[in-house]
Structure formats: C-alpha cells, structure tokens
Design a protein around this ligand. Structure first.
Ligand code: G4P
Length: 189
C-alpha cells in the first residue's frame, strides 16, 4: 500500500456514496511530506516518457502538479477557471461541466504557454467523471501538443472518468483508486 492509499483510508471521510472528503491532506490542508511523496510517485512512473511540461487545473491540482514538476524539473502550466484583469486575450478554451459541483466553467490556458513541441503530463487531484481531464485534453489538442499521460492523486473508479480516458488511449496513473464509498466505507481497488 502506498502513502496515498494509506492517507485515504486513514484520513479520508466518505461524505456520501459519491463524495470523498480529503481536506486534511489534499484539498484544504496540504501535508508537505505527503505531497513530496505524491511528486515522487508520479515522477517515478512518468520519468522515462520525456515530459516537457505539466498541465494542471486550478486550484487543488496545483500542489500535486508542482510536487511532480520539482522532481521532473519541468514547468507547470495552470489552466484557469476564471478570467482576471491580467488574462491574455489569446487563450485556448474549453467548456467543462462539473457533475460534482453542477456548474459549467470555461477552462483556459494562455497560448504562449503551450507549443507543439511540448510533451504534456496532465495532473489533477481527482479523476471523477473525467470532465476536467477532457477539457485539459481538448486544450492540448487545440495547441497541437502531445498528451503523454494523466496523473490523478485519487481516482473514483466507480465514476466514468477512467473509462473515458482509457477509451482515448491516455496513459492514466492514479495513486489511489477508490472502488466504493458505499455505507460510509472507503474501499480501494
Ligand atoms: P471531473 O472533473 O472528473 O469530471 O469531476 P467533477 O466535475 O465531478 O468534479 C469537479 C470538482 O470536484 C473538481 O474540483 C474535483 O477535483 C472535485 N471532486 C470530484 N469528486 C470529488 C470527491 O469525491 N471529493 C473531493 N474532495 N473532490 C471531488 P474543482 O471544482 O476543480 O475544485 P478545486 O480544484 O478548485 O478544489
């Protein structure tokens, strides 16, 4: 059992049959030794794949992406969910519907930060229904960059994200795979 699986079992809380609360180490409080190990595990898996950049989605994807980028010594590009005063007018954009949060947002990345020679690893905190992953892949397609893989700290294997990415032949690596949250019991694969 790796450290992520251990933390999920020991500190995760099944809020319902669908939602796992991991605020204690991933979504609100970030434990550094934990995040360092997350980076090491992702880097170890993807180290021979010649990654040039990591793409993540704000906000909870940033910490695991950064921890992995430190190990692989590559930059991190953060896909934004909102525009602000300094936002570029030249962006790749993709509309993403969040089933968990029941809203649609516009994911965007400045065109300057992705170039056709890039080999991208996408990292996020959760792989649930896969909509954020599909948005990030769509942005990579627009930028004509290669998506080398997708890393999720936690995958909810009972939702359809994993299957969607498998069908697209994306190399998915999840550090903990949750099979079920039924009856407030966290079951891993
Ligand atoms: P998807 O991206 O796989 O389709 O998932 P979905 O739309 O269902 O989830 C959207 C948001 O909810 C994401 O965060 C995702 O990380 C988070 N999420 C999904 N399932 C769970 C869960 O069981 N537990 C927790 N803690 N989060 C979950 P987000 O909106 O991007 O938020 P944030 O990154 O700003 O924190």
């Amino acid at each position: 059992m790796n450290l992520v699986e251990k933390m999920v079992l020991e500190q995760g809380i099944a809020l319902s049959n669908d939602v796992l609360k991991v605020d204690a180490f991933l979504n609100q409080q970030i434990q550094l030794s934990f995040m360092k190990e997350v980076g090491r595990l992702f880097a170890d898996y993807f180290k021979d794949k010649v990654i040039t950049k990591i793409l993540t989605i704000e906000s909870s994807g940033i910490a695991p992406a950064y921890a992995t980028a430190l190990q692989l010594d590559v930059p991190v590009v953060i896909a934004k969910k909102k525009t602000c005063l300094t936002s570029s007018s030249n962006t790749y954009q993709s509309k993403v519907y969040s089933f968990t949060k029941q809203y649609t947002y516009n994911m965007s990345v400045d065109q300057d930060f992705l170039s056709p020679t890039d080999r991208i690893l996408i990292i996020d905190d959760f792989l649930a229904n896969g909509q954020a992953a599909l948005g990030a892949i769509d942005i990579c397609d627009q930028a004509q960059v290669n998506v080398i893989g997708f890393g999720a700290v936690i995958e909810k294997s009972f939702q359809k994200g994993r299957q969607l990415l498998d069908e697209m032949d994306i190399d998915v690596y999840s550090l903990a795979r949750v099979q079920s949250l039924e009856n407030q019991q966290i079951q891993l694969l």
